[in-house]
Design a protein around this ligand. Structure first.
Ligand code: PGA
Length: 258
């Protein structure tokens, strides 16, 4: 299977000071900004997207927005329009993160609409899914992931979904001390690909990249990505140090492009 590996980092709203964010961005660019053998997604604190654009666009890093409004243009006070992302050459839209569902009351209907308008505007959706507690029973896990995928993809099933990226982020492993254990991650990725085959098509399921997120660190990355169903990682806190993020990128690049 020829899926390009991918590593992302989201700063959530941890880094909101322009000078600090620019220094961090420049450091990422210096350390990994000329990588060509894998895709790099960078999701800064959303209000800083515009001001960091020039620096990012001169590198191989690509921007993403952590959220968009359900309308491309119109009366949605306080929302972030994907038109802005397009204007600054952004590429990725993160959707369905557990924090947006749990803290901002985002529902599947909204996520499905956002996914549809993302595809219609030729941007790449990074759809986060994941169960809230660890399931020992494979059937239960499959049922829950099927429910989430069906709901989120509901409005896009007739569209070309080959560019879609799924971020498997078990909620119980977000903000934790460590990532979920590799075997559990591999199993979940295998299940997700099986579900995609059923609800979309064999071909798309083989093209869609599935990455893992949830307390990813340079220590846990090598085992996480050892399965061929894991196409990369989505990093949070443990990438706040640019050296750690660069190390994670190097590990993924080395293992996947062997
Ligand atoms: P974390 O964040 O690595 O800080 O747990 C991951 C995420 O929410 O994507």
């Amino acid at each position: 299977m020829n899926r390009k590996p991918i590593v992302g980092i989201s700063m959530k709203t941890y880094q909101n000071n322009y000078a600090q964010a620019l220094a961090y961005t420049n450091s990422l660019i210096h350390k990994v900004g000329s990588e060509k053998d894998l895709d790099l997604m960078y999701f800064p604190s959303i209000g800083l997207l515009y001001s960091l654009a020039q620096a990012v666009n001169a590198s191989s890093l690509q921007f993403g927005a952590q959220n968009i409004g359900t309308m491309v243009n119109g009366a949605q006070t306080g929302e972030f329009s994907l038109e802005i992302l397009k204007e600054i050459n952004g590429k990725y839209v993160e959707l369905g993160h557990a924090e947006r569902i749990n803290l901002m009351n985002e529902d599947y209907n909204m996520i499905a609409t956002k996914l549809k308008i993302t595809l219609e505007n030729n941007l790449i959706p990074v759809l986060c899914i994941g169960e809230s507690t660890r399931f020992e029973e494979e059937e239960e896990l499959e049922k829950e992931l099927t429910r989430q995928l069906k709901n989120c993809l509901e409005k896009s099933l007739l569209m070309d979904l080959n560019s879609l990226i799924i971020a498997y982020e078990p909620i119980w492993a977000i903000g934790a001390k460590e990532s979920a254990d590799p075997k559990y991650i591999w199993k979940s990725h295998r299940i997700i690909r099986k579900i995609l085959k059923k609800i979309i098509s064999e071909e798309s399921a083989n093209n869609i990249r599935i990455i893992y997120g949830g307390s990813v660190s340079k220590e846990t990355t090598p085992n996480i990505i050892a399965s061929e169903d894991v196409d990369g990682v989505f990093v949070g806190r443990f990438g706040h140090d640019p050296d750690n993020f660069a190390e994670i990128v190097r590990i993924v690049e080395g293992v996947k492009n062997k």
